[in-house]
Design a binder for this molecule. Structure first.
Ligand code: DC
Length: 233
């Protein structure tokens, strides 16, 4: 990275570890673009569901992935909207059943190929905070800043419940949430293609006992350090 270039910040980790909240806040602090790659797999899953495509059918799912328009746009409340073929699906992609379908559809190598190509294009100029499962290990293995967020399953289920409630969506029982998060972790971490993992050189942050602001501050300091190193060297 040259002193003029702005880093790629890769934030990975399991569901509910705080990636979205932290990545969004870091991007705002730095004036970087925020890319939620989970929303992209969710849009593909929703596309399959709406078109009656069997999630396990890799060929049909990869055709959806290749043909679907996925864009992000600023929301009035300062957040980000996910558009599928130009239509706002931000709420629909957060439904509980879509979480499970997104995890299953993301295990197809040909679906991943399509998404990874789009993600590399979005991040190629730097100045981006990208969150997901395989950003630091696969999409941008040379990212200047790699952060892996972790949290206990109890805390993650609590956060998921709060998130669903705030969006006005159905909230499953705590047991069901913990079970589905554990199932998703297992599937995301053991799939054959680009499984969820921390890079060897990632900074690992356990977020259970930290405030969002503390985590955001840690990441922002890391980015500034890398920029400082680039201008020194
Ligand atoms: O972060 P999320 O819960 O919105 O992601 C939904 C699913 O998408 C997740 O269970 C696994 C998949 N995913 C992935 O395989 N790779 C990514 N970079 C991001 C998400």
């Amino acid at each position: 990275m040259s002193a003029q270039q702005r880093p790629i910040v890769a934030i990975d980790g399991p569901a509910g570890a705080g990636k979205s909240t932290v990545a969004k806040a870091v991007s705002e602090r730095l004036g970087y673009v925020y890319v939620d790659t989970g929303a992209m797999y969710r849009a593909v899953a929703l596309g399959c569901i709406r078109r009656g495509v069997e999630i396990e059918d890799e060929q049909a799912a990869s055709e959806i992935a290749a043909g679907i328009g996925i864009e992000f746009a600023p929301a009035d409340n300062g957040g980000q909207l996910t558009l599928m073929d130009g239509v706002d699906v931000s709420r629909a992609i957060r439904e509980h059943e879509v979480s499970d379908a997104a995890s299953r559809v993301s295990a197809h190598p040909r679906v991943r190929e399509q998404m990874v190509a789009r993600q590399r294009e979005m991040g190629q100029c730097g100045g981006v905070v990208m969150e997901g499962r395989d950003i630091q290990t696969n999409v941008f293995p040379d990212a200047e800043v790699k952060v892996y967020l972790r949290a206990s399953i109890e805390e993650r289920a609590r956060r998921r419940a709060r998130d669903l409630r705030e969006r006005g969506l159905d909230v499953p029982s705590r047991e069901e949430l913990e079970r589905s998060i554990a199932e998703r972790d297992e599937r995301d971490a053991t799939r054959g293609t680009a499984p969820m993992a921390a890079a060897d050189d990632a900074v690992i942050i356990d977020t259970d006992d930290l405030t969002i602001e503390q985590v955001v501050e840690t990441v922002v300091v890391l980015v500034r350090q890398r920029q400082g190193e680039a201008s020194d060297g």
